[in-house]
Design a protein around this ligand. Structure first.
Ligand code: KIV
Ligand code: ZN
Length: 515
């Protein structure tokens, strides 16, 4: 059966979207999960864009074994050198180098003539091939490029040594028919196209990213690129879990396989949502919480008689199994450890001990600890070390009455090592807390977005707070979980501040130039 490679760019194009900022430990956690998910290629970041990205790409390349790890580079030697330093420890060093080819991008953004663009692309690919056995070249804004120019430049980059050619619909403008026709045209007109991998990369501005990717496959694409949950700039990228499930469920029609481990979809989706703070719309295909819910009486009746009356995808297919029994305060360490292993977590003895004592504290306050609670707890432990608490909340107290002015008192350990206490007022409890924290961190903070959701069901469910804020000119998202939403909110606020401070402090050695 023809195999379609899945190229995951959650950690690059996905992470590039507004307000998402993952630290290295979180990126590592997602990369490991993408490896289990079965992505053929994982784009771990853009090494030359920041020291933090460099560090994350390097660690992922040195760790992941079953997927090829790549990084993005502009068509310039310094980017390629930096990327080589980050990626050279990988199993099969792979570089993704891009250059825009549409008239509007060449004229206004690059300020280059088409001839110059061809020369730069060829030079970059030749240079990259000195180091990397695998070089993917992307024609940014390919869909809005002149097809004859695409043929010309692709002919030359293939001759220069590119092993994959990617044809992005950067602005999400294509229709499936047009995008498919472009692939057919390139297949018929580019010399040596059958010697390289041909790749599709679709954005979702008109809601057609998945359909366009599939149209590309039908017309010769060997690889599709996208992200988990479809996250990404603007309206996002093609959702990989949707493509994988569509090709699986309609194998009778497409006759293709992807090598994706469908059973890992639920978990991958949940992890990406939890760590990025991007909620999954309830009715989203495949992974939305209502994707398998049947509300209408007629549907429920049909389902009881035969599930196939209304169900084309089973929850089991994507790894959504019936939750095993919840744990409670009488559950022992053995049962707890067993559950961590069954859920696929690989915690050290130390992490397990810490997780167990957090579990016991939680079990004192919450009757049943569900699978969702455990997922959050185990994931949190696995990435905890990197979430350095530069500001650490030690206490929060709020006085609120419908006819009083809300007052918050917060205590926190601050970078100087002192414990500082600040009290102030606000129009509501949360505002009072945020005002006190703003005084604590001594910077200008604007709240861009704030959300509280429950993890699982029930009145004693854990509350998760996500705070998206601008601190000293940069946007960061922080999150935290607690049984009390006010405490979770205060911690999420400081988590966002800490992320910025950690990012500011990351330093890596200047990469050695290969020139
Ligand atoms: O959308 C796009 O064109 C990209 C390229 C960098 C591949 O993400
Ligand atoms: Zn893109």
């Amino acid at each position: 059966m023809r195999k379609i490679d899945i190229f995951d760019t959650t950690l690059r194009d996905g992470e590039q979207s507004a307000g998402i900022n993952l630290n290295t430990a979180e990126k590592m956690e997602i990369a490991r999960q993408l490896e289990r998910f079965g992505a053929t290629v994982i784009e771990a970041g853009f090494p030359a864009s920041s020291p933090g990205d460099f560090e994350a790409v390097q660690r992922i390349a040195n760790t992941v074994k079953n997927s090829t790890v790549t990084g993005l580079a502009r068509a310039m030697k310094s980017d390629i050198d930096t990327s080589w330093e980050a990626l050279k420890g990988g199993q099969q060093p792979h570089l993704h180098v891009f250059l825009a080819t549409s008239p509007i991008h060449m004229e206004y953004k690059l300020k280059k003539t088409p001839d110059q663009v061809v020369d730069i692309a060829v030079e970059a690919v030749k240079y990259a091939k000195k180091f990397f056995p695998l070089v993917q070249w992307s024609a940014e804004d390919a869909f809005r490029s002149d097809p004859a120019f695409l043929v010309r430049i692709i002919n030359q980059v293939i001759q220069a040594g590119a092993t994959t050619i990617n044809i992005p619909d950067t602005v999400g403008y294509a229709t499936p028919q047009e995008y498919g026709a472009l692939f057919k045209f390139l297949k018929e007109n580019v010399t040596g196209i059958d010697r390289v991998k041909l790749s599709a990369h679709c954005h979702n501005d008109l809601g057609m990213a998945v359909a366009n990717s599939i149209a590309a496959i039908e017309n010769g694409a060997d690889q599709v690129e996208g992200t988990i949950n479809g996250i990404g700039e603007r309206a996002g990228n093609a959702a990989l879990e949707e493509i994988a499930v569509a090709l699986h469920i309609r194998k009778d029609f497409y006759g293709l396989e992807t090598g994706i481990n469908l059973q890992e979809i639920k978990r991958t989706s949940q992890l990406v949502s939890q760590l990025t703070g991007v909620v999954i719309q309830p009715n989203k295909a495949v992974v939305g919480k209502n994707a398998f819910a049947h509300e209408s009486g007629i549907h429920q009746d049909g389902m009881l008689k035969n599930r196939e009356t209304y169900e084309i995808i089973t929850p089991e297919l994507i790894g959504e199994t019936t939750a095993p029994l919840a744990l409670g305060k009488h559950s022992g360490r053995h049962a707890f450890k067993d559950r961590a292993i069954t859920m696929g977590f690989d915690l050290t003895e130390n992490q397990l001990n810490e997780a167990f004592s957090a579990f016991k504290k939680l079990a004192d306050r919450k009757k049943e600890i569900t699978e969702d609670d455990l997922f959050v707890l185990f994931t949190g432990k696995q990435i905890e070390n990197a979430n350095a608490d530069i500001y650490e909340l030690t206490n929060v107290q709020v006085q609120y009455g419908t006819s009083n002015v809300p007052t918050a008192t917060v205590s926190a350990n601050v970078p100087t090592g002192e414990n500082v206490v600040i009290a102030t007022t606000g129009a509501g409890s949360v505002e009072a807390i945020f005002n006190a924290l703003e005084l604590l961190v001594k910077g200008q903070v604007n709240i861009m977005d704030y959300r509280v959701t429950s993890i699982g069901k029930g009145r004693d469910a854990l509350g998760e707070a996500v705070v998206n804020l601008r601190f000293n000119g940069e946007t960061y998202t922080g999150r935290d979980i607690s049984q009390d939403v006010l405490e979770a909110s205060a911690k999420a606020y400081l988590n966002a501040i800490n992320r910025k401070l950690v990012k500011d402090s990351v330093k890596v050695a200047e990469p050695v130039s290969q020139v």
